[in-house]
Write a protein of this length. Sequence first.
Lengths: 290, 334
Amino acid sequence: MSSTTLIAGLVTGLLLGGLFAICALGLSLVFGIMRLVNVVHGELLVLAAYLNFTLGRWAGIDPLLSLLILVPIMFGFGFLIQKTILNPLMNKGDEAPLLTAFGLSIIAQNLFLLIWKADTRSLNTEYTGLGLPVAGIQIPLMYLLEFVIAIVLILLVHLFMRKTFLGKAMRAAALDADTARVMGINPKFVYAFTYGMGSAVAALGGTLIAMTFSFVPTTGLVWLLNGFVVVVLGGLGSVFGTLGAGFLLGAAEGLGGAIFGTGYRELVGYIIFLIVLIMRPSGLFGRSNG
Amino acid sequence: MDKQLRQLKTDKKAYGKLAGLLGLAAFLLLIPVIGDSYAELFFYLLFINVALAQSWNLLAGYTGLISLGHAAFFGIGAYTTALVMIWLKWPFFVALILGAAASMLFALIVSRPIFRLRGIYFTIGTMVLAEALRIWMINWEKTGGAQGVNLPLETALSYTTMYYIAFVLAAASVITLAVILRSKIGMGLRAIRDNERSARNSGVNIYRTKLTAFLISALITGLAGGIHAEYSGTIEPYSIFSINWTLTALVIVIVGGMGTITGPILGAFIVGLLGEFLIHYPTIHLIILGIILIAVIRFFPGGLRGALVTLYRLLTEGRSARKIAGNQSGADAK
């Protein structure tokens, strides 16, 4: 194995880590603000991919341009899911919302199968297959794009959480829902907003997945697990931690894929995850108090 | 006098329960004789599902450990059983025991680190662990990789034999749970589920008690995997390590009634019947199951068993209330 292969694996993996961070961000928000393990997050990504696919078929719009329509739709959809289905369970322990999200995931996967069939799909444009040769390494354009988008997105979300009233309300509700209520914040609204925000970010993530790779109705599981790895490594609800962990996971999987073969890529990520989870249950970049 | 009467009543109730169970067992034992191969398949799957559900129930319902990685135990049981039969040419029953042992060994190895994870982290950890194992098996050429392996055809047991083996497993899993829950371990488990700290203060050995439940759960699931491998004749990692095994167990337990013994049996019947009803529409079957799961969690947290018990109480209390009212009006008339 040449050192070029290793470096190529490391660099492309690191860049792809941006996509991991984007796809994990929604999971991280929902997890951090309301302690909900949103196991249907993978299906939200895939739903966005399918909706974008259908929009492209009907109107022939560029997938990235479709996001202008798709992001608000997914936000509203997420808002409604939380408001009608999950909010009534929020004070009934961790298990009820988790298992309900599991039920939603089963329903979603089978609806995809029913509506869009089991065929492998992807979003192709003139530029999705392009690559840039840098120092003898072929770097896919999409990876580069995802790397940049991830950094911008994380910065935006960070600013939102720090500077806006809603962002502060979200963090307040996460710390102590009862005190937040006394201060005039409606936790149920904040939860619905958070879930909507997570779904809106999933619209971006799902679109990028479909432009970079391909997808089927069950693709969500892999991205959910990748998301778990990123969220736990990054620390509960830490926005910058999500970015750092995304890059780390990308680099580790890229390197692992170069050494052991592409079939073992995800296994490398999972094993690192399990080791870190056991050594430091609050994550690599995490503060113990969230 | 009153005490004796009450004792007599509970005895009567217990005997009634026992008679009902024996009747059910007799009916199930006769299925291969009186039913067709279709009924045999239905009940075979029901038995496997009851065993899986009870083993998941032991962890989730009685210990508070929500595992999403049960497919790992199932897969290890199935693969070990198959490989011992293929590589060593040992008979099925020996292989099955080794399969269950391998599943328990895996549980023992992962137990110490995985028990450090609390609540949702335990759930995520078990899910990732099972997926890691699945990817490993898909890529590992020694065990057939993605193609999987075929079990020896010449020594294959008949479907009817497998039916009875699965029946024994299902019955044994129900009896095991009933016995454990009446023991000191069962009390410890429920104490841990309700409040781990006060359980520790009351002298419950947390690690050992959890480990016992974990090992028994791995044993039952591993046996189910081994039996299913022999029944199927061929196994491959995608379906054997599929999260669907965990999913089925979870849905059955929650729909039937978590933390009870009869609940999962009821749940397995309902899920099985719905599956038969919608046999040509598997996607719609799963969509409906998802909806039922969500509705049960929201409106009947005790599952169908809980709903039935409430209904029964409402009816009988209504009757006794009327009786009292009737007596009183009679007394008034005097």
